[in-house]
Design a protein around this ligand. Structure first.
Ligand code: MN3
Length: 217
Protein backbone atom coordinates (compact mmCIF):
# COMPACT_ATOMS: atom_id res chain seq x y z
CA UNK A 1 0.00 0.00 0.00
CA UNK A 2 1.38 3.37 -0.95
CA UNK A 3 1.87 5.16 2.38
CA UNK A 4 1.67 8.64 0.88
CA UNK A 5 0.72 10.70 -2.17
CA UNK A 6 -0.39 9.63 -4.70
CA UNK A 7 -2.67 7.40 -2.72
CA UNK A 8 -4.04 4.38 -4.56
CA UNK A 9 -7.01 2.16 -3.82
CA UNK A 10 -5.53 -1.21 -2.96
CA UNK A 11 -7.82 -4.25 -3.28
CA UNK A 12 -9.80 -5.48 -0.32
CA UNK A 13 -7.90 -8.18 1.61
CA UNK A 14 -10.81 -10.57 0.84
CA UNK A 15 -13.41 -11.10 -1.88
CA UNK A 16 -16.35 -8.70 -2.13
CA UNK A 17 -18.69 -11.52 -1.10
CA UNK A 18 -16.45 -12.91 1.65
CA UNK A 19 -18.42 -11.29 4.47
CA UNK A 20 -21.78 -12.71 3.32
CA UNK A 21 -24.32 -13.23 4.79
CA UNK A 22 -23.47 -10.52 7.32
CA UNK A 23 -22.36 -7.79 4.95
CA UNK A 24 -23.48 -8.13 1.36
CA UNK A 25 -21.35 -8.20 -1.76
CA UNK A 26 -22.95 -5.17 -3.41
CA UNK A 27 -22.41 -2.99 -0.36
CA UNK A 28 -18.76 -4.06 -0.12
CA UNK A 29 -18.22 -3.38 -3.82
CA UNK A 30 -19.78 0.09 -3.76
CA UNK A 31 -18.22 0.96 -0.42
CA UNK A 32 -14.70 0.08 -1.53
CA UNK A 33 -14.70 0.85 -5.25
CA UNK A 34 -16.88 3.94 -5.18
CA UNK A 35 -16.99 5.58 -1.74
CA UNK A 36 -13.35 4.96 -0.79
CA UNK A 37 -12.15 5.66 -4.33
CA UNK A 38 -13.82 9.08 -4.22
CA UNK A 39 -12.02 9.99 -0.98
CA UNK A 40 -8.70 8.89 -2.50
CA UNK A 41 -9.25 10.92 -5.69
CA UNK A 42 -10.25 14.02 -3.73
CA UNK A 43 -7.32 13.71 -1.33
CA UNK A 44 -4.85 13.36 -4.22
CA UNK A 45 -6.38 16.41 -5.92
CA UNK A 46 -6.09 18.42 -2.71
CA UNK A 47 -2.44 17.47 -2.18
CA UNK A 48 -1.39 17.96 -5.81
CA UNK A 49 -0.45 21.66 -5.41
CA UNK A 50 1.38 21.08 -2.09
CA UNK A 51 4.61 19.10 -2.67
CA UNK A 52 5.71 19.59 0.96
CA UNK A 53 2.66 17.61 2.11
CA UNK A 54 3.04 14.81 -0.43
CA UNK A 55 5.47 12.80 1.70
CA UNK A 56 3.04 12.68 4.63
CA UNK A 57 1.27 9.48 5.56
CA UNK A 58 -2.41 9.57 6.43
CA UNK A 59 -1.50 9.35 10.12
CA UNK A 60 0.93 12.28 9.76
CA UNK A 61 -1.73 14.40 8.08
CA UNK A 62 -4.53 13.50 10.47
CA UNK A 63 -2.60 13.82 13.71
CA UNK A 64 -1.19 17.20 12.67
CA UNK A 65 -4.22 18.86 11.11
CA UNK A 66 -3.79 21.91 13.30
CA UNK A 67 -0.43 22.61 11.61
CA UNK A 68 -1.95 22.80 8.13
CA UNK A 69 -2.86 26.09 6.51
CA UNK A 70 -6.39 27.06 7.58
CA UNK A 71 -8.14 26.62 4.23
CA UNK A 72 -6.78 23.07 3.95
CA UNK A 73 -7.54 21.89 7.46
CA UNK A 74 -11.17 20.90 7.02
CA UNK A 75 -10.88 19.56 3.50
CA UNK A 76 -7.81 17.42 4.23
CA UNK A 77 -9.39 16.31 7.50
CA UNK A 78 -12.47 15.14 5.61
CA UNK A 79 -10.73 13.46 2.67
CA UNK A 80 -7.70 11.98 4.46
CA UNK A 81 -10.08 10.94 7.23
CA UNK A 82 -12.31 9.25 4.67
CA UNK A 83 -9.38 7.25 3.32
CA UNK A 84 -7.97 6.39 6.75
CA UNK A 85 -11.31 5.41 8.33
CA UNK A 86 -12.34 3.22 5.39
CA UNK A 87 -9.03 1.39 5.05
CA UNK A 88 -8.99 0.81 8.78
CA UNK A 89 -12.58 -0.44 8.69
CA UNK A 90 -12.07 -2.81 5.74
CA UNK A 91 -8.85 -4.24 7.19
CA UNK A 92 -10.62 -4.67 10.52
CA UNK A 93 -13.02 -7.26 9.09
CA UNK A 94 -12.49 -10.82 7.89
CA UNK A 95 -14.65 -13.81 7.09
CA UNK A 96 -15.33 -16.06 10.03
CA UNK A 97 -14.47 -13.53 12.71
CA UNK A 98 -13.63 -15.02 16.07
CA UNK A 99 -13.29 -13.73 19.58
CA UNK A 100 -10.25 -11.67 20.49
CA UNK A 101 -7.30 -13.57 21.85
CA UNK A 102 -3.75 -12.80 22.91
CA UNK A 103 -3.31 -9.71 25.06
CA UNK A 104 -6.43 -7.91 23.89
CA UNK A 105 -9.02 -10.23 25.44
CA UNK A 106 -7.79 -9.86 29.04
CA UNK A 107 -7.41 -6.10 28.47
CA UNK A 108 -11.04 -5.90 27.29
CA UNK A 109 -12.20 -8.02 30.24
CA UNK A 110 -10.28 -5.80 32.65
CA UNK A 111 -11.62 -2.58 31.18
CA UNK A 112 -15.24 -3.52 30.49
CA UNK A 113 -15.92 -6.47 32.82
CA UNK A 114 -16.35 -9.08 30.09
CA UNK A 115 -16.25 -9.41 26.33
CA UNK A 116 -20.06 -9.54 26.24
CA UNK A 117 -20.26 -6.37 28.27
CA UNK A 118 -17.84 -4.68 25.88
CA UNK A 119 -20.02 -5.74 22.93
CA UNK A 120 -23.10 -4.29 24.64
CA UNK A 121 -21.39 -0.97 25.36
CA UNK A 122 -19.85 -0.72 21.90
CA UNK A 123 -23.16 -1.56 20.21
CA UNK A 124 -25.00 1.01 22.30
CA UNK A 125 -22.56 3.77 21.41
CA UNK A 126 -22.49 2.81 17.71
CA UNK A 127 -26.29 2.82 17.60
CA UNK A 128 -26.38 6.25 19.23
CA UNK A 129 -24.13 8.01 16.68
CA UNK A 130 -26.32 10.81 15.39
CA UNK A 131 -26.17 10.97 11.62
CA UNK A 132 -22.96 9.68 10.04
CA UNK A 133 -19.80 8.60 11.80
CA UNK A 134 -17.89 5.77 13.42
CA UNK A 135 -17.58 3.87 16.68
CA UNK A 136 -14.05 2.99 17.77
CA UNK A 137 -12.23 0.81 20.26
CA UNK A 138 -9.11 2.80 21.09
CA UNK A 139 -6.06 2.68 23.34
CA UNK A 140 -4.32 5.56 25.09
CA UNK A 141 -2.26 5.92 28.28
CA UNK A 142 -2.56 2.24 29.12
CA UNK A 143 -6.37 2.10 28.90
CA UNK A 144 -8.93 0.93 26.38
CA UNK A 145 -12.00 3.00 25.67
CA UNK A 146 -14.94 3.20 23.29
CA UNK A 147 -15.61 6.48 21.53
CA UNK A 148 -17.51 7.78 18.56
CA UNK A 149 -16.64 10.33 15.91
CA UNK A 150 -18.74 12.31 13.46
CA UNK A 151 -18.40 12.20 9.68
CA UNK A 152 -14.80 11.21 8.78
CA UNK A 153 -13.16 12.49 11.96
CA UNK A 154 -10.60 10.19 13.57
CA UNK A 155 -9.37 9.80 17.17
CA UNK A 156 -5.77 10.41 16.01
CA UNK A 157 -5.82 14.13 16.82
CA UNK A 158 -6.35 13.29 20.49
CA UNK A 159 -3.48 10.83 20.47
CA UNK A 160 -5.58 7.66 20.62
CA UNK A 161 -4.40 4.51 18.89
CA UNK A 162 -7.40 2.90 17.19
CA UNK A 163 -7.84 -0.86 17.34
CA UNK A 164 -11.21 -1.39 15.64
CA UNK A 165 -13.71 0.92 14.00
CA UNK A 166 -17.27 0.49 12.77
CA UNK A 167 -18.60 2.61 9.92
CA UNK A 168 -22.19 3.57 10.76
CA UNK A 169 -22.79 5.80 7.75
CA UNK A 170 -25.98 4.55 6.13
CA UNK A 171 -24.10 3.63 2.92
CA UNK A 172 -22.34 0.93 4.98
CA UNK A 173 -25.53 -1.02 5.60
CA UNK A 174 -28.62 0.42 3.94
CA UNK A 175 -28.79 -2.01 0.96
CA UNK A 176 -29.04 -5.03 3.26
CA UNK A 177 -30.17 -3.77 6.63
CA UNK A 178 -32.24 -0.77 5.49
CA UNK A 179 -32.64 1.54 8.47
CA UNK A 180 -31.96 -1.18 11.06
CA UNK A 181 -28.55 -0.06 12.29
CA UNK A 182 -28.75 -2.30 15.37
CA UNK A 183 -29.04 -5.39 13.13
CA UNK A 184 -26.05 -4.24 11.11
CA UNK A 185 -23.99 -3.77 14.27
CA UNK A 186 -24.88 -7.28 15.40
CA UNK A 187 -23.89 -8.70 11.99
CA UNK A 188 -20.65 -6.71 11.95
CA UNK A 189 -19.59 -8.40 15.19
CA UNK A 190 -19.63 -11.71 13.24
CA UNK A 191 -16.90 -10.48 10.91
CA UNK A 192 -14.58 -8.44 13.14
CA UNK A 193 -10.96 -9.27 12.42
CA UNK A 194 -9.78 -9.73 16.00
CA UNK A 195 -6.40 -10.95 14.81
CA UNK A 196 -5.85 -7.54 13.23
CA UNK A 197 -7.10 -5.83 16.38
CA UNK A 198 -4.61 -7.89 18.42
CA UNK A 199 -1.79 -6.87 16.08
CA UNK A 200 -2.77 -3.21 16.37
CA UNK A 201 -2.97 -3.55 20.15
CA UNK A 202 0.49 -5.09 20.37
CA UNK A 203 1.86 -2.28 18.16
CA UNK A 204 0.18 0.28 20.41
CA UNK A 205 1.64 -1.36 23.53
CA UNK A 206 5.16 -1.23 22.13
CA UNK A 207 4.95 2.26 20.60
CA UNK A 208 5.59 5.64 22.07
CA UNK A 209 2.43 7.68 22.73
CA UNK A 210 1.11 9.24 19.54
CA UNK A 211 2.19 12.83 19.89
CA UNK A 212 1.01 15.19 17.16
CA UNK A 213 3.95 17.50 17.94
CA UNK A 214 6.56 15.11 16.58
CA UNK A 215 5.20 15.19 13.06
CA UNK A 216 7.12 17.67 11.01
CA UNK A 217 4.59 19.04 8.56
MN1 MN3 B 1 -18.20 4.38 4.64
Amino acid sequence: MNPCYPFVNTPLPYAYDALEPFIDQKTMYLHHDSHLQTYIDRLNALLEPYPHLQGCSLTDLLSSLWKLPCPLRTSIGNQAGGVYCHRFFFEGMSPGGRQPNGKLLPAIQKQFGSFDQFKKLFSKQAAAVFGSGYAWLVFRNGALSILTTANQDTPLLEGYRPLINLDVWEHAYYLKHYNLRADYIQDWFQVVNWEMAELRFQNALSSAPLCPCRHNI
